[in-house]
Design a binder for this molecule. Sequence first.
Ligand SMILES: Cc1cc2nc3c(=O)[nH]c(=O)nc-3n(C[C@H](O)[C@H](O)[C@H](O)COP(=O)(O)OP(=O)(O)OC[C@H]3O[C@@H](n4cnc5c(N)ncnc54)[C@H](O)[C@@H]3O)c2cc1C
Length: 415
Amino acid sequence: MNKNNEIYDVAVVGAGPAGMMAAITAASNGHKVILIEKNSSAGRKLLLTGNGRCNLTNTASLKELLNKFGRRGSFFRSAFSKFSSQDLMGFFESRGLEFKFEDGGRVFPITDDSKSVLKILEFSMKKNGVKTVYNARLQSIKKPLKLKGFFKLKFAFNTVIQAEKVILATGGASYTETGSSGDGFRIAEETGHGVTPLEPGIIPLKTKESWVKGLQGIILEDVHITIKHPKMVFQDGNLLFTHFGVSGPLILDNSSKIIPLIENTGKVELSLDLKPSYTTEELQDQFLGAFESHGKVDLKNYMKLFIPNRMINVILTLVGTDPKKKMNQISKKERNSIINLLKVFPLTITGYLPLDKAIVTCGGVSRDYINPSNMESKVVNGMYFAGEIVQGCAPSGGFNLQQAFSTGYLAGLVS
Ligand SMILES: Cc1cc2nc3c(=O)[nH]c(=O)nc-3n(C[C@H](O)[C@H](O)[C@H](O)COP(=O)(O)OP(=O)(O)OC[C@H]3O[C@@H](n4cnc5c(N)ncnc54)[C@H](O)[C@@H]3O)c2cc1C
């Protein structure tokens, strides 16, 4: 790697989507670029995205996109403006990849295969003359002491790479088997940058109720979640029961809002509205009507109209009613309790899976240390950050990959 003491214009660390896009951008602007990756190949995490289908981006407007990144999402305004979802799709379309559009503005390659995305990135790097080095794990970065000095990137066996500018795109600290083991955070701190607490984003939650285990694999469609304190409502999403708690899009996408509440109080009481399309009165009418019209039908069978079979057992156990009772045998008290549970079903969230199981890492190199107009460090001239290493995360939907590509593009301009 250090043959002839070669000096690169730009060294990019990390061959994820952010690093590859940064390298392509810098090289296509005439820079001599080296991309260094600790794995033996590029884009390990990219290949896993969207269950192997790669939800590459989203058709959301700029405003919606920024909102997805929370309170200070506007930090990414320059990145998303300079390289929008349209620009990203254009990049791939001009290289022969078509897209399809799914619910919630999710964009997937028409091939349904993340390999086709990776292939184009690898081909573009090659075409633009990016030198790629695999099996090389960055250990430390020495800052240039003089204005005209070079960065010295240190690897194992005293190997050193010198570059005028460096782009750190080493990802987050989850799914470490893909390579993103959090090295970049340590290196950022060593070079004078603040790193905010690393929290899991898009992660399943654990519940106190152990009966969830019996419901493992059941999906409740289009339910609402309400948290009383502080008041929060998450609407119209699917919830999946797991052996330890709850998952599914509605949980995963709101986990980063629920986790701080668990940290504050140790648990979060929430309630599920299992039938948000019915009011309590409408359910009362339905059940009373069935008392007359379906009097001889088993309560359990009637309830299949409303919720999955295995969930019925849980509700009837909580109410303390014999599932074999006929519709015309249930008391008013039992009926009210059942309807109450359909509308306000309690669950206690007590924890979440470890960071390594998170789809994204929330927290990272503090945005206070990065200039949002070009992703350059505010404390080390010539050092840039791109992708998940940067503080801030979004729900699922293609937003996180768009962030990686947009910030990678912006950093790659090395302006
Ligand atoms: C299972 C799963 C599914 C996902 N699905 C989607 C989806 O469909 N849509 C979406 O928008 N987002 C999705 N994401 C999130 C998305 O994958 C990330 O946001 C994105 O990969 C971040 O890109 P990155 O380039 O910043 O980091 P990464 O993709 O993590 O790449 C970082 C690279 O840096 C390398 N590296 C780390 N340390 C060093 C070192 N010291 N020296 C050299 N190299 C190093 C790593 O090996 C890695 O290759 C998913 C994530 C997971 C885990």
